[in-house]
Write a protein that binds this ligand. Sequence first.
Ligand code: SAH
Ligand code: SF4
Ligand code: F3S
Length: 456
Amino acid sequence: MDTCDNRTRTFYIETFGCQMNVHDSEKVAGLLLAQGYDAAASSEEADLVVLNTCAIRDKAEQKVFSRLGHFKADALAGKKTVAVLGCMAQLEGEKIFAQAPYVHLVAGSASYRKLPSLLVQLETGNQRVTGLEYDDQAFETEFTRRNNPFRAYLTIIEGCDKACAYCVVPFTRGPERSRTNASILAEARRLVAEGYTEIQLLGQNVNSYRDPSPHRMSFAELLAAVAEIPGLRRVRFTTSHPRDFTREIVDAIDSHPTLCNHVHLPVQSGSNQVLARMAREYTREEYLEKIALIRSARRAISLTTDIIVGFPGETEADFEETLTLLDTTQYDGMFSFTYSPRPNTPALRLDDQVPEEEKRRRIIALQAWQREIQLARNQKLVGKQFELLVEGENRKRGQYTGRTTNNRVVNFASAEEKLGSYVPIRVTGAGPHSLVGERLAMSVASQRSPGTERGE
Ligand code: SAH
Ligand code: SF4
Ligand code: F3S
């Protein structure tokens, strides 16, 4: 980087991966702005290009390397500084310099507290700067520059202390670090004061939250405390780990309408043999007990999951157990993946790899199976009423889109809506992935009671 140039430097961040990464980028952007950088409109125009990367599957890494290549000429010509942040940075470390020698900074999310000093090193002409040590505290900044005008992400716990055999996250994000309840609640109150009505609490395992302050507030208590902040209408949280999922969480949802009635509870597989080899720390039966807890709630709680097919040793019979689990659980949504072998993970040592072709066959069958379940579940909602947070519009076509508290997408026609407002609709049609609705007149009830869902 040319240090003699007094012009304000500009940056552009490209983000890959999950919501944690999306939110990390918001924090990094805030930090760069606070350091005197300006935001550029595109990566082409930026002096500093930041790739905030994902390493969860091989494909995710390939994407980043191909994107990096795009900046090679400018970086080699001294016209751009290139930083690789996030999970791939942590996983590959110095190896990134070997593959892409024109990269200047490589830092994982567990060293973002050091970012200001890493940037200083860059600015003083240091060619290769790294931040790869795990911090023992969560990264907190008052400068977060949030992009989403409706839903504010708020990290409550970083890292992961589990050791699922297929997963790189414990390496890429390091050990668990929770924030104090006071710091979380203060940020939540600030967000409400800024005008946010929906907050999504984030963590790789959000319900493994452990308050480091003497108060030792439990996750369920924290949910309730956030939900009780005046002015807040929706509180979401993701991702929950089945092992740490408790009745208290269900009770909190039941007694706080502000807590959205949606739980994302990744199961990964329906077969006990596969779950054991994955080291998921629960059996099919124990998982189904958690589902029973959720189904026993007074409010109908919508359920979504993640599934991996083709984990080493997964037989046809194991796979069929995943299909029957879908029947039993009746998820409202599913993210599914074919197993991707990852560096450093214990599953690399397992033999009996499932051939790629077979993995593909299974994922197609799985998705078709779940599609039918979702379609049937959504069709049962026709005629019911929901409150939507209006999040998107296609003004020309007079179409709007919004979400129910239990995270269903509903499209509806209307002449004019204010984005970010809450409106009542009645469901008139259903597809496997979304609903169609008609706008109802604003009722007093829907204006007053946040998150009320009379439909289910
Ligand atoms: N912390 C969450 C999810 C983390 S990653 C949890 O424990 O459930 C998001 C999803 O990616 C996982 O739920 C899993 O389904 C998938 N995934 C992780 N590693 C994978 C791999 N090596 N191959 C394929 N899918 C993977
Ligand atoms: Fe990965 Fe398992 Fe941790 Fe989730 S709980 S992030 S799947 S190691
Ligand atoms: Fe990817 Fe890291 Fe998230 S590996 S899924 S960006 S935690």
